[in-house]
Design a protein around this ligand. Structure first.
Ligand SMILES: C[S@@+](CC[C@H](N)C(=O)[O-])C[C@H]1O[C@@H](n2cnc3c(N)ncnc32)[C@H](O)[C@@H]1O
Length: 221
């Protein structure tokens, strides 16, 4: 099955595991691809709305995955029992919704997220809760940017995270160099054009710092 670049990017970050859970699964294309490609042994797709799950069931049937993919109508992770080596995927929702899902469960393990807003707030929340990112990427599809990151729960190794990483993701400027530069130029120009009293202008200092990092990458001394 041909997937969008956005969904392919989510799958790229999911490590091989016993069970992956996709919260907000909608069409269930992510767990279907993970099972079809044998990245995961078993998968659960969860959606709080019954309507998309009807299409998910058709997609599951067409992919011959009725026994390996469980579909649940539930809010977040409240109705599943997970192990620490399972992987939870959340995409196509706001970062605040993702934070709420995590606040309502005791499960901690590996997380792959692609929030469609509140990225900085979500990174900050995850760091405060003992999660650490081991990678973040930025892609562009249909002129829209998508940030995808992987997190592991490691409270005992709590590392200090720089303001640049909190704002721009874990080395996104290295791993997704060209797309990052494209996003950066647009966002920098947008913020600079805002009126002086706009709260977003408080971030200009970080943009100036990142501009220096990018220019050192282009012209190493
Ligand atoms: C825009 S779709 C994204 C589908 C898919 N994850 C993707 O990235 O293409 C968001 C889905 O999340 C579901 N959703 C939102 N909050 C949820 C929650 N707390 N628990 C389960 N599903 C949720 C919605 O019902 C909707 O079907």
């Amino acid at each position: 099955m041909k997937l969008s670049s956005r969904l392919e990017e989510i799958i790229r970050w999911v490590p091989s595991c016993r069970c992956a859970v996709d919260v907000g699964t909608d069409h269930a294309l992510v767990p279907i691809a993970l099972l079809s490609r044998n990245v995961v042994g078993r998968a659960i797709g969860i959606d709080k709305s019954p309507h998309p799950l009807a299409q998910a069931k058709v997609n599951r049937h067409n992919a011959h995955l009725t026994t390996r993919l469980e579909l649940q109508c539930a809010d977040g992770l409240q109705a599943v029992s997970l192990e620490a080596d399972d992987v939870v995927v959340m995409a196509g929702m706001g970062g605040r919704t993702m934070q709420m899902v995590l606040q309502q469960t005791d499960w901690r393990g590996t997380l792959v997220i692609q929030p469609n807003r509140d990225q900085v707030d979500t990174r900050t929340f995850l760091h405060q809760q003992g999660w650490q990112s081991d990678g973040e990427s930025l892609i562009v599809e249909n002129d829209q940017f998508f940030w995808t990151s992987r997190w592991r729960y490691q409270p005992s190794q709590k590392l200090t995270v720089s303001p640049l990483e909190l704002y721009f993701g874990h080395q996104t400027w290295l791993g997704s160099r060209d797309v990052f530069r494209c996003w950066f130029e647009r966002e920098y120009t947008r913020i600079q054009s805002l009126p002086d009293q706009a709260p977003a202008r408080d971030h200009l200092r970080l943009f100036t710092e990142m501009k220096k990092v990018l220019s050192e990458l282009t012209n190493p001394s």
